[in-house]
Design a protein around this ligand. Structure first.
Ligand code: FAD
Length: 594
């Protein structure tokens, strides 16, 4: 038996029985979508993912070649990219008139996470193509949309996002790249961007660089940033590719994981002008780029989920096959046969932890995306937009942390064998680390949650979240899940309490105290939200008339997650309320000199 990359049954249960995504099919925005279409897409995504899987190993072991400004990808990537583009995967959620499928995002995240789980390094390229297309569709002129979006969605042109510079990492506002308008209306961009994923490669005909830069004379900081589109090849007035533009890849990084994803240093306007065009309004570049960054943050959550689910399922399979030791019930029997390691309580505990994270993060990503779908369908747009915003740092920051933990535990399930490259898990772990770092580290996501999202509109979206939790608690009580509902009530109250204390800290001007608690708060909020979503899944499982083992397993997973999360949350609340400042009072050796 092979468990494959994704739990198809859990996917269907989530979107059909729990989130009831078919309510979108009745809206004008998603007219024509149906469960038949979705199941067809899932079938073919899983086939595509299985076909992609061998390229994951090639990419890791063969890696990339860099010579004279050109990057050569592993041989197997060429056919994989062609087949991926022909499958139409890049434009899954984009409008049909631009070459997409207009699939609701809450559904699209499911095939996408299976594809990402098959080969993260590869998937970053189509992910960036989609993100750039989405950005242009929202911020571009009609002509820019027509020129760029269909080509990015078909994969003929690759996408990138160019923010980071040597002195502008987390602090994007510190960037030094400049832009100068030319008499013909075009712009010349000058500067060096580092760490640009898929900034150079041999898979697409052209590469589009959305670049953040400052027009000479515009204010310092984030207020003075504009967004430009630069192409690898210059475009004529009909959008046809011409001579090379003045953007050159001067090197690629050698790194811990995602070996097949080129991480490029790009020099703009060094030996020849890098000709670009403004997109959106001057000085409004960061707001436009945020569109792409938010899409990318969800995509990083999907990356974390895809890899964690593949790792969980591999470990689950191994635990069925590996025979070692005697089951506790037979410990006193000298004649007892050795058992499969899945019979050992500690292995079961690890598998349950992983399963709780995987199924919970899947629900989080689909639920957060559903809020965006509801906005697109015109249903309570302000409220649902705010909820999507509140959940985004969890989709990126919390999800990448707990999925990393899940992959790390998957190695433990295999014991010493998990450490070997005979199994995919050590690569999974190396590939997973980046999810905690790029698109804003976990610490930056935590600051977004604490300093912006929780307090927005006088805490209205937090109140909304607590209210949504209360609704599920009431439903759980009505379905005979009173004990779990009681634990969830305490979790909800803990979240409300620490959020209030952090708000009071801000009001008193204790910024250090609040920021010290930002990451614990991110993790506590994530645990609370996942507990709530697990409870929602348990309620839906209870309501199914023809119950199967699958439904009992959903309730068991919810029980394990909610009870263990309550333990973590209780500890965090105690530590957070202590408002300990030792980390600030500490005199680290050498800090007086910096
Ligand atoms: C493989 C890879 C691919 C990447 N791809 C891209 C890409 O395609 N496009 C792109 O533009 N960038 C890309 N990046 C860049 C990535 O987004 C940054 O590395 C990341 O945002 C962190 O910036 P930094 O590395 O300069 O770290 P720093 O900003 O120097 O941060 C170092 C540490 O300080 C903390 N820190 C910094 N500021 C604060 C603060 N105000 N409050 C609290 N803590 C803080 C951080 O959390 C972190 O722990 C990529 C990076 C890598 C490694």
């Amino acid at each position: 038996m092979s468990l494959g990359l994704q739990d198809r049954r859990d996917v269907s249960f989530l979107v059909r029985d729990v989130l009831k995504v078919d309510r979108l099919f009745e809206t004008a925005q998603f007219e024509g979508q149906s469960w038949e279409t979705f199941e067809m897409i899932m079938d073919s995504a899983l086939k595509q993912a299985e076909a992609l899987l061998p390229t994951n190993v090639d990419g890791d072991r063969e890696g990339l070649k860099f010579e004279a400004g050109a990057v050569t990808t592993p041989e197997s990537f060429k056919a994989a990219y062609k087949s991926f583009c022909e499958g139409g995967w890049i434009g899954l959620t984009e409008p049909e008139d631009l070459g997409g499928f207009n699939l609701p995002k809450s559904l699209a995240v499911l095939p996408q996470s299976a594809l990402i789980g098959a080969n993260v390094a590869f998937y970053i390229l189509p992910g960036l193509g989609h993100g750039a297309a989405d950005l242009i569709a929202h911020a571009g002129t009609k002509q820019q949309i027509k020129r760029y979006v269909p080509k990015l969605l078909s994969g003929e042109w690759g996408g990138t996002m160019c923010l980071t510079e040597a002195s502008a990492g987390s602090d994007v506002g510190a960037l030094r790249a400049t832009a100068k308008q030319q008499p013909d209306g075009t712009w010349h961009i000058t500067g060096t961007k580092i760490f640009i994923s898929w900034g150079e490669h041999d898979l697409s005909q052209n590469i589009v660089y959305p670049v953040l830069a400052r027009v000479e004379g515009d204010p310092a900081g984030t207020r003075g940033i504009s967004l430009f589109l630069v192409n690898k090849y210059q475009l004529d007035e009909k959008g046809r590719l011409g001579a090379r533009n003045g953007v050159v890849c001067t090197g690629i990084e050698h790194k811990m994981g995602i070996h097949a994803s080129p991480t490029c240093t790009l020099a703009f306007g060094e030996d020849a002008p890098a000709v670009g065009e403004l997109i959106g309004e001057q000085r409004k570049g960061l707001a436009a780029m945020f569109k792409m960054m938010n899409t990318a943050r969800i995509a990083v959550g999907l990356q974390a989920l895809g890899v964690a689910e593949a790792a969980y399922r591999y470990a689950h399979q191994y635990a069925l096959d590996r025979v070692q030791g005697v089951a506790p019930k037979d410990m006193r029997d000298p004649q007892a046969k050795s058992c499969a390691i899945i019979k050992h309580p500690d292995v079961r505990r690890m598998l349950m932890d992983m399963r709780g994270y995987v199924e919970g993060v899947r629900a989080l990503l689909s639920y957060a995306s559903l809020q965006q779908d509801l906005v697109a369908a015109g249903q309570e747009p302000e409220r649902n937009e705010a909820m999507a915003g509140l959940l985004t740092p969890l989709c990126k920051g919390y999800a990448s942390e707990v999925c990393y933990q899940a992959v790390s535990d998957s190695i433990l399930v295999l014991g010493g064998h998990g450490y070997l490259s005979d199994h995919p898990l050590e690569q999974n772990l190396r590939d997973m680390v980046i999810a905690r770092l790029y698109e804003g580290t976990t610490g930056i996501q935590a600051l977004d949650l604490v300093a912006r999202k929780l307090g927005l509109a006088k805490g209205a979206s937090l109140k909304d979240l607590l209210g949504r939790m209360s609704e599920t608690i009431a439903e759980a009580k009505a379905e005979g899940l009173a004990e779990l509902a009681g634990v969830m009530e305490k979790t909800r109250d803990s979240l409300g309490l620490v959020a209030m204390k952090l708000g009071e800290g801000f009001a008193k001007g204790d910024v250090d105290g609040v920021f010290l608690q930002a990451t614990p708060m991110l993790m506590l909020t994530g645990d609370a939200v996942l507990s709530w979503l697990h409870l929602m899944m348990a309620v839906a499982a209870k309501r199914v008339e023809k119950r199967a083992v699958f439904h009992d397993n959903k309730i068991a997973t919810a029980q394990h997650f909610i009870i263990n999360a309550a333990g973590r949350i209780g500890g965090r609340v105690k530590a957070m309320l202590a408002n300990d400042k030792a980390a600030m009072e500490m005199k680290f050796e050498g800090e007086d000199e910096v």
